[in-house]
Write a protein that binds this ligand. Sequence first.
Ligand SMILES: Cc1cc2nc3c(=O)[nH]c(=O)nc-3n(C[C@H](O)[C@H](O)[C@H](O)COP(=O)(O)OP(=O)(O)OC[C@H]3O[C@@H](n4cnc5c(N)ncnc54)[C@H](O)[C@@H]3O)c2cc1C
Length: 480
Amino acid sequence: MPFSSTDTQITKCGHLAQLLGPKVSFPNSTTYLATEKAYWSLQEAELLPTCIVVPSTAEDVSTTVSTIAGNEGCPFAIKGAGHAPQAGAANIESGVTIDMTGLASVTVNGDKSVASVGAGASWLDVYLYLDDLGVAVAGGRNAAVGVGGLTLGGGISYFAPRQGWACDNVVNFEIVLASGAIVNANATARPDLWRALKGGSNNFGIVTRFDLQTFSQGGLWGGALAQSINSSDEVFKAFANIASAPQYDPYASLVTSLSFNSTNQQWSISHLATYTKPVADPPVFNELLAIEPQLQNTLGFTNLSTLTNEPGLPTQLNALFYTATYGVSATLLAKILEISNETLYSINSQVPSGTFWGLAFEPLPTQVTKYGPLKGGNSLGTTPADGNGVILLLSAFWASPSANDIVQQTARTIMQNAAEAAQEMGLLREFVYLNYANQVQEPIASYGREDVARLRAAARRYDPSGVFQRQVPGGFKVLV
Ligand SMILES: Cc1cc2nc3c(=O)[nH]c(=O)nc-3n(C[C@H](O)[C@H](O)[C@H](O)COP(=O)(O)OP(=O)(O)OC[C@H]3O[C@@H](n4cnc5c(N)ncnc54)[C@H](O)[C@@H]3O)c2cc1C
């Protein structure tokens, strides 16, 4: 009988258990189940690896990679905080999942200018530590999200208009390469890898530590603001005026979300409006705040760890992300709402009740994209030459796996029709944000020819046998 992949995986997991002891866990053990429970989406939690490794040092990660790399019968996955929704992004059915949450320490250097963060930390770990020191870093707006996935995919933070993408602020990556070597990538050591990792996701190795540039930060002003769906046209106008302002206010951050509940067929509007300085009712939000009625308003003074520590989903649900980038236009946003509404009403009878949909619009002004080139370059291909933009995140949540196909199909229809509308208006942009991308999208290809060439060269140089292309099937691949 031929030696099967399953035999290889069992053998490799056995070797890993000999080398790393209780850091390797097997199905039904408490540690194994704790990792499985930590995935944000049900699709990820349903995948069952042969074993899970929870390393607590970079050396443990190196031992793990050295043991399994090059053995194609033993695929593996790299998990940060497990918030990428698509099945297989950070987990694997039969194979080894490396759960990085055992490396979650946060420290700062002597002058507090650099925070060194274990790759498995959540943003809450980081903000709780830094808030007390009067400094911050550009990271996630939801505390439970992982430093690893968010930063390697770009990373939109409340501070984006002051600091650029989260990845622009990584001064050094400590990374385990396919060879098992633990190396640094920064402006002077391996600068090609440093740049590749800023948007290149899990294609080059397993990052074990992020050294992040800090900046002074006191309190902020922000919270949630809900408005009636009947105000959508006024809301889109106010949003577009903020997103396309000739001088974008660098302290302003805004996410405008329209949510649809399939059970009651109702749309609602809410904003996450934040000013990263302790200024109440800053003029940048005047037009938005003047729209009545306000159905909820929690805007007020806060700090980063409190603001980001919003409640998660009540239970693990199936989840879907899909994204696109457009030029700024209130007319286009209204058109996207109309397209979504028509599509959702027409398929409603096929989707079980209790499916929730969200359209989240986020400004991507040149005030954000200008920082990439100023901070050593990233891989994302976003430049001020593109002008001000808007990123759309379409999301869906549902309980029953029987609806997986129809929800995916519906999301695709909405996004294809929205793309056509944007194209007709000359507002469709190429950029597909990796951290919001659906599994059928190709975010890395959207970075453009030059960045893709650089990413491929770095992958060939640092992983010549293609371990992170083939043996780590999850996530979005550079495809050397
Ligand atoms: C509730 C919620 C809020 C969000 N808020 C924001 C936000 O404010 N801003 C924003 O930009 N995005 C946001 N996102 C999107 C988020 O950036 C992505 O989901 C991201 O992938 C999450 O990172 P993670 O480490 O939690 O995920 P994981 O699913 O663990 O990892 C995602 C990908 O990164 C890879 N990866 C993770 N760690 C490493 C590592 N150490 N080395 C190599 N590869 C690694 C994984 O293999 C996987 O392919 C949010 C998502 C959710 C669900």
